[in-house]
Design a protein around this ligand. Structure first.
Ligand code: FCB
Length: 388
């Protein structure tokens, strides 16, 4: 089997604004992190100060041999109050796009990676009647920033974000979370409507536009094939079908979903990672194969894949195995354009705070000193060879 990837394949790593920038005091996550009974282990605070140290971070990525970087725009910095635009924030992100190009990194830019301005959240969020117009206006503001990106993503994992209300209810009832529940349908539809509005704005004036989805390897437990298919239809198929309107689909794959008669089944404890999900590298190739079944012609960009571990050798072994599965899917005909590892840096992992370490680079959160892990050099070597 060949483990060489197609010419022009992108190799790099991904981040998201709120998880690395620090000081994003004006979005709804910051508020949620500080609310009574917050589900967050700790607040995001300064994160890893990437807002100021992005040049150093891009130097490390490019220096290792990678040729792509995915990051997101922080809407609450660009539009801190409705209709009030920060030119300085737009300039910042434009400098990051240019800084990528100067270093030979293809910029892959996400418009919204979960976080929204407080004013948007307060006024109905994605279910509010003005959500589509507001997101379309934000996409217009972002156009001068993203026009020289390599790829643009409208929304990050709306199929996971639509599970959040259900997850929050389960947490409030004290129910164990064995895997991702079925997403809220009203919210799913609202996200997809917003995606279409973003697509209308970005199409024509910008690089290829797509949607970033969480993908999983779907496993029916004890013959629960119908339950698995129904869960997959809600969580994945409807989103893939909507992604067909775009130029490509971004797939973000970490693990598998085991579905039994009663819903998600917990993985064996000895297999779970620091992110409380199953260590399952083959999920990447399996997910790509499933995307091809639903969207046979669609170009695919792997916009996230990685493992939360304190053992960097385990990260390399996981990524090597994941890439072998991906190479096999490519050999069988999948049109995969690139691979962006999650994550460039150890970062703020949402409810998990700073405990789950996904980074190719470690960060001392007191001094902000960066230390590249062996996995960064390893991924750079894969990039330089364009193969394993
Ligand atoms: C994905 C998110 C990303 C990161 C990884 C571990 O669901 O898109 O922000 O937290 O999981």
């Amino acid at each position: 089997m060949t483990t060489t990837f197609p010419d022009g394949f992108l190799w790099g790593a991904a981040t998201a604004a709120h998880q690395v920038e620090g000081g994003n005091v004006n979005n709804h996550y910051w508020e949620w992190e500080h609310a009574p009974h917050t589900p967050f282990r700790e607040p995001s605070g300064d994160a890893v100060d990437h807002y100021h140290r992005w040049r150093e971070d891009l130097d490390l990525l490019a220096g290792a041999g990678c040729n792509a970087y995915r990051f997101s725009l922080e809407w609450s910095r660009i539009e801190p109050e409705e209709g009030e635009v920060s030119r300085a924030a737009l300039d910042h992100y434009r400098r990051v796009v240019d800084g990528c190009r100067e270093r030979g990194l293809a910029p892959v830019v996400t418009l919204v990676h979960f976080t929204t301005p407080r004013w948007f959240h307060r006024d109905g969020s994605w279910l509010g009647p003005k959500a589509g117009d507001r997101f379309a206006r934000f996409a217009e503001l972002a156009l001068p920033v993203v026009q020289d990106a390599e790829y643009v993503l409208t929304l990050n994992e709306p199929n996971l974000a639509a599970c959040l209300p259900v997850l929050a209810e389960m947490a409030a009832r004290g129910e164990p979370v064995n895997g991702l529940p079925r997403p809220d349908q009203e919210l799913s539809e609202a996200f997809l409507a917003a995606h279409r509005r973003g697509l209308d704005v970005l199409r024509g004036g910008s690089p290829p536009v797509g949607l970033a989805l969480v993908g999983q390897e779907w496993i029916a437990e004890d013959g629960a094939v119908e339950q698995m298919a129904a869960h997959r239809a809600a969580m994945e198929d409807q989103f893939l079908e909507a992604a067909a309107d775009g130029d490509f689909v971004g797939m973000q794959v970490y693990s598998c979903a085991r579905i039994g008669a009663g819903g998600p089944v917990a993985p064996a404890p000895e297999l779970t990672t620091l992110a409380h999900i199953e260590d399952r590298p083959q999920a990447l190739g399996e997910s790509v194969r499933r995307v091809r079944e639903v969207l046979p012609e669609m170009p695919i960009l792997i916009t996230e894949n990685g493992i939360a571990t304190a053992d960097d050798a385990q990260r390399i072994a996981f990524t090597d195995a994941a890439l072998r599965g991906l190479a096999a899917a490519v050999e069988d005909g999948a049109d995969v354009r690139g691979y962006l590892h999650w994550s460039l840096l150890d970062n703020f992992e949402w409810f998990g705070g700073y405990a789950p370490t996904f980074g190719l680079i470690g960060v001392d959160r007191t001094t902000f000193t960066r230390t590249a892990k062996p996995s960064l050099e390893w991924l750079g070597g894969v990039a330089r060879r364009n193969g394993l």
